[in-house]
Design a protein around this ligand. Structure first.
Ligand code: KG4
Length: 333
C-alpha cells in the first residue's frame, strides 16, 4: 500500500511516500530551524506560514522522488496531534485536500505514535509488545506499546519535556537553537560530575518525570555565575546536564521494563539522538539482558516517514477519518 504522509506539527515540514508501512520510498524534510534560530525558539506564527509556503512543493517533490504518479497513491496519512495548533492545521488541511482530490482514505496519526513507529522502519524485526520511551522537544512519556494501535501511558513528564530542558538551558548559556545537539557536543569534552544538579521526583507515580526544576537549576547557575563574575565550566555543565537527564530517563525506563517483562525497549524522538542517553541505555539494557532499539539519527527527529509507517497500521486497524478531521494541540496517545 503506497501512502503519502504529512508532518507539520512543529518546525519541520515533511512529506514522505511509504510502502506497506516499513519501506520508505522517499522522506522529504524542510527544516525551519534557521528561521527560528534568531529568536532562540520556535515562533508559532512563522512556523505556520513557512509550512504553507513549502508543503505543496515538497509533496510534488516527494511524489517525483518516489518514482510514482499521484494516481498510484492509496491513502494520505497526517500528523493531526499534538503540536503547535496553527502548524498542525496546515498539514491536516493539506492532507484533507489531497485525500479528497485523489479519492483515497485520510488517515490521522498521533505524532508520538509516529515517533514510536520510526523504530519499525529502522528495525524490521521489531513487533509489539515492547516498552517505548518517547523523548522529544514537546513530549516525554513512557509508553507500553501493547499493539500497533494499542498503547498505554505508564508515566510522563508533569511539566517540561526533556528536549525543552535542553533547548531552554542552551538559550541561557548562549548556545544556538535547537540546543540539544550543541549541549551534546559541548558535553563531549566536559566532566559529568562538574556540577551537582537536582533529580526532581514527580508525584506518586514512579514513572512520572519532571524537568522544570532541573532547567531552573541550570538557569540559576548561569545567572549566578554572570552576576558574581565567576567563570562557568561550560563543557562540565553540559556534561552534568546530559548525565542528570539520562539518569532520570534510563532509571525509570529500566524499572518499567522490569515490571512489564517484555525484554524489549525502544527509544524514540529527537532527544534520542543524545549520545550520553544512547550510551547509558546501551549499557543498562545489556546489563538487564533486554534488547534495545534506538533509531538512527535521521529517524529520531521529526519526519514524515514515521507518520506513513504508523499510518499503515492505523489503516489496517480501520482508523480513517472524514473531511471533518480536526487538528489538536494536545491529544492522548
Ligand atoms: O522529535 P523532535 O525533532 O521534535 C519534536 O517532536 O519535538 O525533537 C526535537 C528536540 C529538540 O528539543 C532538540 O534540542 C532535541 O530534540 N535534540 C537533542 C539532540 N538532538 C536533538 N537533545 C539532546 N541531544 C541531542 N543530540
Amino acid at each position: 500500500m503506497l501512502l503519502l504522509s504529512i508532518e507539520t506539527t512543529c518546525d519541520e515540514t515533511a512529506v514522505a511516500v511509504t510502502e506497506n508501512g516499513r519501506h520508505v520510498r522517499t522522506d522529504q524534510i524542510f527544516s525551519q530551524a534557521d528561521l527560528h534560530a534568531v529568536y532562540g525558539g520556535v515562533v508559532p506564527e512563522i512556523a505556520s506560514r513557512s509550512h504553507v509556503e513549502v508543503i505543496s512543493l515538497l509533496a510534488d517533490r516527494a511524489v517525483a522522488a518516489a518514482g510514482i504518479s499521484k494516481s498510484q497513491l492509496e491513502g494520505v496519512a497526517v500528523s493531526y496531534a499534538p503540536g503547535l495548533i496553527g502548524a498542525v492545521l496546515v498539514g491536516v488541511n493539506f492532507a484533507k485536500s489531497a485525500a479528497l482530490a485523489l479519492g483515497v482514505p485520510l488517515i490521522p496519526v498521533h505524532h508520538i505514535r509516529g515517533h514510536i513507529a520510526a523504530n519499525y522502519i529502522a528495525f524490521p524485526e521489531l513487533e509489539p509488545p515492547f516498552l517505548c520511551l518517547a523523548i522529544s522537544g514537546g513530549n516525554t512519556l513512557l509508553v507500553d506499546v501493547r499493539g500497533y494501535t494499542d498503547m498505554r501511558i505508564l508515566g510522563q513528564t508533569l511539566d517540561d519535556a526533556a528536549g525543552e530542558c535542553f533547548d531552554k538551558t542552551a538559550r541561557v548559556l548562549g548556545l544556538p537553537y535547537p540546543g540539544g545537539a550543541p549541549i551534546d557536543r559541548l558535553a563531549q569534552s566536559g566532566r559529568d560530575d562538574a556540577y551537582a544538579l537536582p533529580h526532581p521526583v514527580a508525584g506518586d507515580n514512579p514513572y512520572d518525570m519532571s524537568f522544570s526544576g532541573l532547567k531552573t537549576a541550570v538557569i540559576n547557575l548561569a545567572h549566578h555565575a554572570k552576576q558574581t563574575g565567576t567563570p562557568l565550566d561550560m563543557p562540565g555543565l553540559a556534561a552534568s546536564l546530559c548525565r542528570t537527564v539520562s539518569e532520570m530517563l534510563v532509571g525509570r525506563t529500566m524499572a518499567a521494563s522490569r515490571a512489564l517483562g517484555y525484554g524489549k525497549i525502544a527509544v524514540a524522538g529527537g532527544v534520542a539522538a543524545n549520545s550520553r542517553i544512547r550510551r547509558d541505555f546501551a549499557q543498562a539494557a545489556e546489563a538487564a539482558g533486554d534488547r534495545l532499539f534506538v533509531p538512527p539519527l535521521n529517524l529520531c527527529g521529526d519526519n514524515a516517514a514515521m507518520i506513513g509507517c504508523q499510518g499503515y497500521y492505523e489503516f489496517l486497524a480501520g482508523n480513517t477519518a472524514g473531511p471533518d478531521l480536526n487538528a489538536y494541540a494536545s491529544r492522548p496517545i
